[in-house]
Design a protein around this ligand. Structure first.
Ligand code: PMP
Length: 404
């Protein structure tokens, strides 16, 4: 009798795992697709003493290198350490965090504030903690990615509303089946620098018993009296049904974020928001720097006016040079480019000529139009504004929508 043993069955999945080096091959295929569409993104480190004129960052008031701000950061690190050491609820809250929350709330006219490690996590917190399965989120079509991600994380229904259209928002709210609703919008849209119709959105929300969440990343320090933000500018500071999120990384020249609103909203976020509870607290140096910048802005409110003035001057001069510049409501000016590759080449030409500009392409632009994005920094001199316009005009693509 022949002793036959059955061949060993291959282990489940063995054939698929035959070549470990091929596991991520599909990523190269998607990279190829992006390259063909002109959407390759690369990282470049910025020299500390870069002589280039920087209109690419979000340092709207030019405070990130202000001696009072860098000194506040250094003092905070020396006093409290380089890291927060733990969650805000465990060891990550210092006196600086508490002072920052109190002073930020007072500055913006809110009852209370809660500081997060970024504006991104602040947005995720507000959207997830202030909604439930019986909530409809009505989110502007052009909202920032962090708001979109917050909508994805929230256990609520989401309706993407037409851009800056309070009437459409009212219709959506009127027809909803959900008990609760949250209307969500950027205060200033980061690509074109246009402002949302906040007062009208708040009225629509109020009419239908909804709350309003405003992401004021690009409004704090620029809009409202003395830079107190878009919520204050719209007469909504302290409203019982309005919640505002901010980043500390733009006008305040630091890093981090915050949610501002009624005290009970802040208490709820402190006790339930996952990106607050399970995230390490903001580094003391960042809290200190933001506090230093906030105090500076409070003492020198003209800084906010100047940023808006620079934006208007920049846009007017670009238009006079025949370029397709946006009409700025805050401190962002954009210039249309004929396409993603032309935008990248234009930005590179500007850099070679001594000017750093932002370059926005799909998918970062909701309407598919590539643009150069300029930060109208409040600390720019008139000569610097003229230099920037000269370089952008001299390097502009000869034809296409870049030209007006
Ligand atoms: N909201 C808007 C509108 C933004 O532009 C940004 C940053 N680009 C954020 C939120 C996120 O803020 P942070 O960078 O502090 O995470």
């Amino acid at each position: 009798m022949v002793n036959r043993t059955a061949p060993e069955a291959p282990e489940a999945g063995a054939a698929l795992a035959a070549d470990p080096a091929a596991v991520f091959d599909w990523l190269d295929e998607t990279a190829g697709q992006r390259a063909r569409a002109g959407l390759t993104r690369t990282l470049r480190s910025r020299p500390a003493d870069d002589p280039v004129l920087d209109l690419a960052g979000n340092d709207y008031l030019g405070l990130t290198r202000h001696p009072a701000v860098t000194r506040a950061a250094a003092d905070a690190a020396l006093r409290w350490g380089a890291g927060a050491t733990g969650s805000r609820l465990v060891t990550g809250t210092t006196a600086l965090h508490t002072e920052l929350e109190e002073e930020l709330a007072a500055f913006c006219g809110a009852e209370a504030a809660l500081v997060f490690s970024s504006g991104y996590t602040a947005n995720l917190a507000a959207l997830t903690a202030l909604t439930d399965p019986d909530t409809l989120i009505v989110s502007d079509a052009y909202n920032h990615a962090s708001l979109i991600d917050g909508c994805r994380l929230a256990r609520a229904d989401v309706h993407r509303a037409p851009h800056s259209d309070p009437r459409a928002v009212a219709d959506i709210l009127a027809e909803r089946a959900q008990r609760r609703a949250l209307v969500v919008t950027d205060s200033v849209f980061s690509v074109d620098g246009n402002a949302a119709p906040l007062a009208e959105l708040a009225a629509a929300a109020r009419r239908f018993g909804a709350a309003l969440l405003v992401d004021d990343a690009h409004g704090l320090g620029v809009l409202g009296p003395g830079g107190t933000g878009a919520t204050a500018a719209a007469g909504l500071a302290g409203a019982p049904d309005v919640v505002t999120t901010v980043t500390l990384s733009k006008s305040l020249g630091s890093q981090g974020g915050a949610v501002l609103g009624p005290r009970r909203v802040i208490r709820h976020l402190t006790e339930t928001a996952r990106t607050f509870i399970f995230d390490t607290g903001l580094a003391p140096a960042a809290a200190g720097a933001a506090l230093g910048a906030l105090r500076l802005l409070r003492a020198e409110p003209h800084r906010a006016d100047r940023a808006r003035e620079v934006a208007r001057a920049l846009a007017a001069r670009l238009a006079a040079a025949g370029l397709h510049a946006s009409t700025p409501d805050a401190a962002v000016v954009s210039v249309r480019a004929p396409g993603p590759e032309a935008a990248v080449a234009w930005a590179a030409d500007c850099r070679r000529a001594g000017l750093a500009v932002g370059c926005f392409r799909p998918p970062s632009v909701p309407d598919g139009v590539s643009r150069l994005r300029l930060t109208a920094r409040g600390d720019l001199t008139d000569t610097q504004i003229a230099d920037a316009v000269r370089i952008i005009a001299a390097t502009a693509p000869a034809t296409g929508p870049g030209r007006a």
